[in-house]
Design a protein around this ligand. Sequence first.
Ligand SMILES: [Zn+2]
Length: 373
Amino acid sequence: MAPKNPLSHAKSPAVTRNVKHVVLGDLLFQTWYQSIYPEDLVSKDTDRLYVCRWCFRYSCDADAYANHTRACLHRTTPPGSKVYDHGGYSVWEVDGEYNKLYAQNLSLFAKLFLDHKSVFFDVFSFLYYLLVYTNPEDSSYHVLGFFSKEKLSWDANNLACILVFPPYQHKQLGKLLMGVSYKLSGWEHDPGLIGGPEKPLSEMGSRSYSRFWEERIARYILLRDAQSGDAQDSPQQKQKTPKGTRKRPPHEIMTVQDIGLATGMLTEDVITALKGMGAVETATPSKKRKMPRTSTDGPDESEPVIIRKSKILEWAKAHKTTLDDPIKDDGFVGEWAPKGIKEVSLTSDEEGEGEQDEQDEKEVEKDDEYLTA
Ligand SMILES: [Zn+2]
């Protein structure tokens, strides 16, 4: 993920940047890092490199660039096929094998803003997902960023490299790309893939992903009751509830893996998010239960902990999180389009084996106030 703050690049030695500025369409902006453009085409001290905003071909010559933009093959539509389209933003899948030059030029351009990832010349084995904005007034389109993904990842990576181009940052567009990357890993389907971004993440990538994961889990924990109909139907629910039983159990027991399965996230990423939200409390000895330890659990991971919805709610309010999903299921097209009406999963009474989501009744009531408000 590209750093959000260009100023943080001051420590990057200027001498390592072979290109100082780029012109992308009608935008001129500074580069951040060295790329590996061929030296016979782009000299080591290029002040201004012209890059086609549709196909990422490049030139140091303004006239050649102008000539190209009049004839660019991709000036009306991006290459590849559209997988997502909502609210003017669309995502296009480009196969590096069939669009080799495009993928290489995109990678060379991206490297100007990425420090930690190498540019993959092995574009054959990658898919590229372009984030595109289409101007409703004249139907012109702009590529705002992209992520790449290995076609076959042995490490369950759903994303290799992500970049929102500098002029388009600070608009929550990275979250849209991250959300699409999770959806495209197919974790909701059987057999799906629980995955995450390629590690290690850069410092800023780590920050961006942590926030994305935290919001994803906050949505899951805080909205799951509302989604299953409890919130809207609470009066009827109360009538149907047999005497002497509570509308909802005071706590649920679930494993980190359960949360991961529900959100498509790796266990380690779920733990990162829960800790980041300050939502994890060590269970007091009296509340600990004897839990069978699974073979994959480390000594710490098998310790039951308490996750309070109220803490997650506090976190969401403090971070002004709206709990809106950055992507909309209805926006997916082609093979990723929603198929019919999904069955509502009613598995809340299933018990897990490791981590423990425990709340006293008072807190459930408090959370109910929020969910039904
Ligand atoms: Zn072009």
